[in-house]
Design a protein. Structure first.
Length: 259
């Protein structure tokens, strides 16, 4: 802008000199023509400068618009990063151990809002930890599925034994009632998992003979002489199997530790 003002002054000075030289001779005419040419060149340069200034202003406005778009994009990216951190899937067992890391990372995000490089590095580390935990959770789920299949197979065996025992009992009833001379016999009283986490399940299974009544305490009550029961204790619990007949009773205990 300052340069345009100077050029305008030079043009005005050229016109003044032109007017002053109107009364001279041929030499002054030549000088006047030269000055006119210079004035025309200066005018052309002024027009070029004006056009360049307009282009520069237009480029400045475009740059401001682009900067606004970049700032908006950065805010959107920051929002997406925050949403990604806050909306992580709930993982199973070991993800609870990442809660502290997540809170620590969130605090660092708030403190280092302008440091995107550090934020990306921490997000990558957390993602690796999450992926590792997911892999471990998948392995644990595969182990649970395998144990479930084994449990189903064992339960099938228990059902078959129960059917055999029922058939034998019916046969015994058809022949005669055998007098009880000894206390009940507890052939087995087992727990599939003796140590579980809160919310997980385990299974009790048992086989008893020579008993009139069978019960399991606490919380289960009367049961058959052959069977199983899925349990989900909220705290460490000792289960007692009590089998009775006219000769007396037999007991066995099993404990499930809840951690």
């Amino acid at each position: 802008m300052k340069k345009i003002t100077i050029l305008t002054c030079i043009i005005a000075l050229g016109f003044s000199l032109t007017l002053m030289g109107c009364g001279g001779g041929a030499k002054q005419k030549a000088e006047m023509e030269s000055l006119k040419a210079e004035v025309e060149n200066l005018r052309a340069e002024v027009e070029n400068l004006k056009a360049a200034l307009e282009r520069t202003e237009g480029e400045r406005d475009d740059l401001k618009t682009k900067m606004g778009i970049v700032a908006q994009t950065r805010e959107q990216l920051q929002k997406q990063v925050n949403e990604l951190i806050s909306s992580r899937d709930q993982l199973q067992q070991k993800l609870t151990g990442l809660a502290d890391s997540r809170d620590q990372l969130q605090k660092q995000v708030n403190e280092l809002a302008g440091s995107s490089d550090k934020l990306h590095k921490q997000v990558d580390e957390l993602t690796k930890s999450r992926n590792a935990a997911v892999n471990e959770a998948q392995k644990a789920q595969e182990r649970i599925d395998e144990l479930t299949k084994q449990l189903q197979a064992e339960m099938q065996k228990v059902r078959e034994l129960q059917e055999q025992l029922t058939a034998a009992r019916e046969k015994s009833r058809e022949t005669s009632r055998v007098e009880v001379n000894e206390r009940p016999i507890i052939h087995s009283f087992d727990i599939t998992r003796t140590q579980i986490r809160s919310g997980q399940i385990s299974t009790l299974s048992w086989q008893i003979s020579n008993a009139d009544s069978v019960r399991i305490e606490p919380g289960i009550g009367s049961v058959s002489t052959l069977g199983s029961r899925t349990i989900k204790p909220s705290a460490t619990t000792t289960y007692t199997l009590i089998a009775t007949n006219e000769a007396g009773e037999s007991r066995e205990t099993r404990m499930i530790e809840v951690i």
